[in-house]
Design a protein. Structure first.
Length: 318
């Protein structure tokens, strides 16, 4: 199950849910399934036949049992089973829907606390909470654990910000760190870094809040410095694109060049050089305002151009 919430400022949000079927009975390669699951070929072929009708069955339950349905997933190991989550009822509740399905004997019912509709509603509330404290976060519905996951750079700082703002998350929401095994960042917001060039002008480097989420479009152009602002010129806009750099980025100014370094101190971009940067374009006024609100000191007076929110960059080859 792939679940995604999308929010458009000033317009509202919508939740998309997909049961992802790779190939299905009509096209999935059973030999690949054998490699993934370590199953005999005949068993893998048998199970792949189920996938298309399981998807249809899920849609039926979602329509008929909205008030109790918590989701559906398939477990391949240790034993094959099709798990249906319900807030009320048991296998007898599901049995009338199973007639005609060859996989009916593999169905188990799991009691849960929240319906799928409740989780989606709580996800929307969590997204609004994130906006209220102006941090970068990812939200997702986890149907297996029957919860909403809210992923931020530093959960403790985020929760403290919510408390200060008087905002409370629903009980189904669990706040997790973007990098649980790494060092937690000391801020939940972005930062505007500055450096002084040899001629005493200020060079600005707006840096995103910590987040494990990145857009992955491709930008190609020349990195230039205009009035202290680092921009990509690609010919699309006369003013170019003002780069919003990944968290951990910093600026290094030397006598003959200005370069951006990553959190390890390695150069990833240099003024005057061509730059290939993953990320995403922010071209509308509301979107640019939203990014600026996450970075104290933004917007920068005199810095022009639409925003390019850069994904982590590869280290430059020296």
């Amino acid at each position: 199950m792939f679940d995604m919430f999308v929010d458009w400022p000033d317009y509202g949000g919508v939740n998309y849910g997909f049961l992802v079927n790779v190939g299905g009975a009509s096209g999935r390669d059973s030999t690949a399934f054998v490699d993934d699951q370590g199953l005999p070929l005949d068993e893998a072929t048998y199970r792949t036949r189920f996938e298309e009708t399981i998807g249809e069955f899920q849609s039926l339950l979602l329509a008929d049992l909205t008030d109790t349905y918590g989701g559906l997933w398939v477990e391949q190991k240790p034993e094959y089973r099709i798990v249906i989550a319900l807030t009320e009822g048991d296998i007898d509740t599901i049995r009338p829907y199973l007639d005609g399905y060859e996989w009916a004997d593999f169905v188990d019912v799991l009691p849960v606390n929240y319906t799928l509709e409740e989780l989606r509603a709580d996800q929307a509330i969590a997204s609004q909470a994130v906006d209220s404290v102006q941090v970068s976060a990812v939200t997702a519905v986890d149907i297996v654990d029957n919860r909403v996951e809210l992923i931020v750079g530093n959960p403790d700082l985020f929760l403290a910000d919510l408390t200060h703002a008087g905002v409370q998350l629903p009980e189904s929401v669990v706040v997790l760190a973007t990098d649980p095994d790494g060092e937690l960042p000391d801020t939940s917001g972005g930062v505007l870094r500055e450096s002084i060039a040899p001629n005493d002008r200020v060079i600005y480097l707006p840096v995103q809040p910590p987040s494990g989420d990145s857009m992955m479009a491709l930008m190609e152009g020349t990195l230039v410095e205009v009035d202290g602002c680092l921009q990509i010129e690609d010919g699309h806009y006369a003013d170019g694109w003002m780069v919003i750099w990944p968290f951990g980025s910093d600026i290094r100014v030397a006598d003959d060049h200005i370069e951006v370094i990553n959190e390890d101190g390695k150069p990833v971009a240099r003024v005057g050089d061509q730059l290939r940067a993953g990320g995403g374009a922010i071209e509308n006024t509301r979107g640019m305002e939203s990014i600026s609100e996450m970075i104290p000191g933004m917007p920068i007076e005199g810095c022009r151009g639409h925003y390019w929110v850069a994904a982590p960059l590869q280290t430059m080859v020296e």
